[in-house]
Design a protein around this ligand. Structure first.
Ligand code: SF4
Ligand code: SF4
Ligand code: SF4
Length: 271
């Protein structure tokens, strides 16, 4: 289990600990005023501050990597941090709630300038806060069953799922993302900080079932699958795998499974 499970999981994975979605935990780490301030600034933060960080990184890469990167990462871990979660675990989370709020996706507003609603507010009722923030006020409500159906559909379309904190360990959102996600761009393209931890899992391909069709390579945003010409099979690069499980949806032979990350020595401590 990752450091967040150790600190906030009470013996479970931290996102399975339902107290992390409650009003009690929210008020331990938040105030509504601070959350409103954070959400009101989020568009600016994603569109301007991330670009500024990217420019500094290009200008002074050594200093940025040595000083700014760890500081930014530390700040994000405390304030707004995510972890990749495969669809089965997302469904288990949703089993604890009757309804969820589907929110406008702020990242895609920045990256593709389009209105999409792939972001779900879960747990504590934060609708009074969302109503007061222009970027989030246009939300709708779904039952947990509808949300699960929608997320399954997004899974087959190749979107990774993740949980997000609003001041850790309070979990306020489930996100469904592709390469238009700012966390993905910030972390894997710009390499300006770490906002998103890998899942508690890692993928494995059964060579006896794999026929080398390479469909899984197309699905993986993290560049973690490659084709091995020696035996005409695909293999997972464990160091790159985020454990999202999305590659499984491409495999007609059911050759890909998720293993518990801690059971795979090579990546047991790689989050
Ligand atoms: S994390 Fe994903 S779903 Fe959430 S706002 Fe960003 S792109 Fe949208
Ligand atoms: S999709 Fe399945 S069968 Fe095709 S290369 Fe990937 S693991 Fe092998
Ligand atoms: S190889 Fe890993 S990171 Fe890539 S899609 Fe599969 S589970 Fe996700």
């Amino acid at each position: 289990m990752c450091e967040f499970c150790t600190k906030h999981g009470e013996g479970k994975k931290w996102y399975e600990n339902i107290s992390n979605y409650t009003e009690e935990v929210f008020h331990q780490v938040n105030s509504e005023k601070n959350l409103k301030g954070f959400l009101n600034n989020l568009y600016h933060s994603l569109s301007v501050e991330t670009r500024m960080a990217e420019r500094w990184k290009k200008r002074l890469p050594r200093i940025y990597n040595l000083i700014a990167y760890p500081l930014v990462t530390k700040h994000l871990k405390k304030t707004h941090f995510g972890q990749i979660v495969p669809v089965e675990d997302i469904e288990n989370i949703l089993n604890n709630f009757n309804s969820v709020i589907r929110l406008p996706c702020i990242c895609r507003k920045v990256t593709i300038k389009k209105e999409k609603r792939y972001c779900f507010g879960i747990g504590m009722d934060l609708t009074p806060v969302y109503k007061s923030v222009p970027d989030f006020s246009d939300f709708d409500s779904l039952t947990a069953v509808e949300a699960k159906e929608f997320i399954r559909h997004l899974d087959t379309e190749g979107m990774t799922h993740s949980v997000w904190t609003f001041n850790t360990p309070f979990i306020g959102a489930i996100c469904n993302c592709d390469r238009d996600c700012m966390a993905y761009r910030f972390q894997l393209k710009m390499r300006t900080g770490k906002a998103m931890w890998k899942a508690e899992y890692v993928a494995a391909i059964d060579p006896l079932k794999c026929d080398g069709c390479r469909e899984c390579i197309k699905k993986c945003y993290f560049g973690a699958v490659s084709y091995d010409r020696r035996n005409s099979k695909c293999i997972v690069n464990l160091m790159n795998c985020y454990g999202c499980g999305i590659c499984r949806t491409a495999c007609k032979n059911h050759a890909i499974t998720l293993l518990d990350r801690t059971s795979v020595t090579q990546v047991a401590n790689l989050w």
